[in-house]
Ligand binder design. Structure first.
Ligand SMILES: Nc1ncnc2c1ncn2[C@@H]1O[C@H](COP(=O)(O)OP(=O)(O)OP(=O)(O)O)[C@@H](O)[C@H]1O
Length: 283
């Protein structure tokens, strides 16, 4: 559904250069630190910043060639976008009805009510969590076949985050051909939701893996200098110096468990994997 091939966006002090693919009916997560380029990537996909080289396509069409009708099939949440804060949900409902031909008013109003969002209160009186829920509900209310969601759970407490993630899962259940591209700082959110995960650092993709593989096949080896010398390094990806020697990241945990039984091999969380990539040295 989305294919980016070496798509380049340049700012004076930053360059995004990334390739990425989002398949139909799947949820793909982008994780990265502040300033990694997540928002820039999303803006590029939405045609809000120019792509200087490479290509970005949605359903086989170049982003720049998408018609207004094509764009109606994309539901978005962007960090900085929000509606005029003097509006109420009722005003917004009227507005969205005039924007989108497929706007589902009854879904929108019913979900707003289910999330406890007051329909007559101006949006300026909404809390951060209420605004975040409203942004996501808006993206889900016009029958989009592609959702591009930049940090939809940002600033939310755990229960509100889970409400949003559940909402997305329900949406996918009702729209099985829909695809979702979502970014977050919180890898556990993505672990719960995503089929595959990209790790973006300084404008480049450093890791792309299926979530199940990250959780099942990756491992961290704890070794001293001597043990490192005896190891087969073929399946080692990153290393990081520690007090006792090294933490080594592998995508073949079982190989090392079977062939090097004396070496401690731990099953890492996604956060631990990303931290090793972030702070470690590529092997
Ligand atoms: N309009 C712009 N002009 C110049 N530089 C920009 C512009 N927008 C973003 N940048 C720079 O591009 C880099 C990536 O920013 P971006 O907002 O894409 O990162 P991010 O991963 O979304 O960060 P965060 O998690 O903090 O939202 C940063 O160094 C930022 O300063």
């Amino acid at each position: 559904m989305i294919v980016m091939e070496n798509a380049v966006v340049t700012y004076p002090d930053f360059k995004l250069d990334c390739s990425l693919e989002v398949q139909e009916g799947t949820i793909t997560g982008i994780v990265g630190e502040n300033g990694a380029g997540k928002t820039t990537l999303f803006k590029a996909l939405l045609g809000l910043v120019p792509i200087a080289a490479g290509s970005a396509k949605i359903n086989g069409q170049d982003i720049a060639a998408l018609s207004l009708t094509d764009r109606e099939d994309i539901g978005t949440v962007l960090a900085e976008s929000f509606f005029n804060d003097i509006y109420t949900i009722r005003d917004l409902n009227r507005l969205l009805k005039s924007f989108y031909r497929k706007f589902d008013e009854s879904y929108f109003l019913a979900q707003c009510a289910a999330f406890g969002l007051p329909d007559k209160q101006p949006l300026k009186q909404f809390s951060t969590g209420m605004k975040a829920k409203l942004k996501t509900l808006t993206a889900l209310s016009h029958g989009a076949q592609l959702l591009i969601l930049d940090e939809p759970t940002s600033g939310l407490d755990v229960s509100a985050r889970y409400e949003i993630l559940d909402l997305l899962q329900d949406y996918l259940g009702d729209h099985p051909r829909c695809s979702i591209l979502i970014s977050s700082h919180i890898s556990s959110d993505l672990e719960k939701l995503c089929d595959d995960i990209y790790y973006l650092k300084a404008g480049k993709i450093l890791l792309h893996e299926e979530t199940d593989r990250l959780l099942d096949a990756y491992g961290v080896l704890k070794v001293d200098d001597e043990a490192l010398g005896r190891l087969d390094r073929e399946h080692l990806l990153y290393r990081k110096r520690t007090n006792y020697g090294y933490d080594l990241l592998t995508d073949q945990r079982l190989f090392y468990m079977e062939n090097f039984p004396k070496v401690i091999v731990e099953k890492p969380t996604i956060d631990q994997i990303l931290l090793l990539i972030m702070e470690g040295e590529r092997l």
